[in-house]
Design a protein around this ligand. Structure first.
Ligand code: C5P
Length: 218
């Protein structure tokens, strides 16, 4: 079991998190949720009373925030200045502000640097996000880009969050637009990524397909 880096990118609701955690578990690899890192910095920004649109103040807060990041696929954990925030970072306040915070170039510079350190230290790891194959780990052994129809993504997210489907669809559309059009490393499909549409596929089928890709010539 030598080094192995799998990059999993895609919009929210594409199945990234469930697929990545399960794949990591089966490969005896670590798991890094980079979205949780952007969410944790956003939580710190809101806690400090900083305006998420104030790029300079956001960058300062990010630099002064200490993130503790667990990479166990069975129980990924994240803390801000020693305070566990696993539940808080999934709330509507953080979700509404995270696209603004993650568009700040200095925030991305800090977090990408940290992500590369975590990947190096882990050796074997599945990393999920928006810019992993293109920016964070361009030399990954396998790059996957997961997609699904807007309907399927909204259905999955609303099932997770107990919010209604229409409101979830509107929120996803807003975040997709912001994440895809920002200047600093937008959501992007690496040219050498394998694209998988998960609209009609179950989690197990997606994980199985990725295991096949890893086993055979990619
Ligand atoms: O994956 P998740 O929905 O938790 O990500 C939350 C937000 O973090 C995304 O909407 C995006 O703005 C940002 N993000 C990012 N780059 C990543 C991962 C997440 O900009 N690699």
């Amino acid at each position: 079991t030598g080094r192995l880096v799998v990059a999993v990118d895609g919009p929210s609701g594409s199945g990234k998190s469930t697929v990545s955690r399960r794949l990591a578990g089966g490969l005896d690899a670590k798991y890094l949720d980079t979205g949780a890192m952007y969410r944790a910095v956003t939580w710190a920004v809101l806690r400090s009373g900083v305006d998420p649109q104030d790029a300079e103040a956001v960058a300062k807060t990010a630099a002064a925030t200490e993130l503790t990041i667990g990479v166990d696929p069975a129980a990924p954990q994240i803390a801000v200045d020693g305070v566990p925030v696993d539940r808080e970072i999934r709330g509507p306040e953080v979700t509404a502000a995270v696209s603004a915070v993650s568009a700040v170039p200095e925030v991305r510079r800090l977090l990408v640097e940290r992500q590369r350190e975590l990947i190096l230290a882990a050796g074997r790891i599945v990393v999920e996000g928006r810019d992993i194959g293109a920016v964070v780990a361009p030399d990954a052994d396998l790059k996957v880009y997961l997609t699904a129809s807007a309907d399927a993504r909204a259905q999955r997210r609303s099932a997770e969050s107990a919010a209604d489907v229409a409101a979830t669809a509107a929120d996803l559309a807003r975040r997709d637009r912001l994440d895809s059009t920002r200047k600093a490393s937008p959501l992007q499909q690496a040219p050498d990524a394998v694209v998988l549409d998960t609209t009609e596929l179950g989690i197990d089928e997606v994980v199985e397909r990725l295991r096949e890709l890893l086993a055979g010539p990619v």
